[in-house]
Design a binder for this molecule. Sequence first.
Ligand code: SF4
Length: 183
Amino acid sequence: MSITLEQRKQIDDIIQLNSYSDYRWIDAKRIIVSQWVRMKCKFGCSEYGRGGACPPNTASVAECERFFREYTNAVILHFEGKMDKPEDRHAWSAKINAKLVKLERAVFLAGFERTFLLFMDSCCFCKACTGNRETCEQPRMARPAPEAMAVDVYSTVRQFGFDINVRGNVDQKMDRYAFLMVH
Ligand code: SF4
């Protein structure tokens, strides 16, 4: 089921009121979920099993596929970052993610009950993550990143004309993406 143009305009107003301009509406059915993304989480990522909003605390890949199939309308929001030091990324992501939770809430309160946000990076709210949902310090705020929901962010965002590249060095520009699942 799709939302009406009037509803889309209503959400555009909320998004812009929250000071976002670099975003695009997408057909949520074009979000690509892949098993290889989960393998990258499991092998090679230091946050696997250590992030309260990261695998294995998120859904299985099959459940992620089912979750995305329930949506038709979504918004991708783009964030660009360039860090002087790699350790600055944590604070940068925490600030953006905290603001994104407010956006999710505003859209939800406008009557879009299914609204669910996927962060632009791992949660990052706490200096040391407790590593599981039961002991999460901010359970009402924490959300998974698209990658933690097995989204192939590279292939998905490129379909909509967004830039994204593998970075060879930490001082290169970063393109990060949050997904606002609407309906
Ligand atoms: S809020 Fe804190 S404890 Fe919970 S997932 Fe985020 S970083 Fe981990």
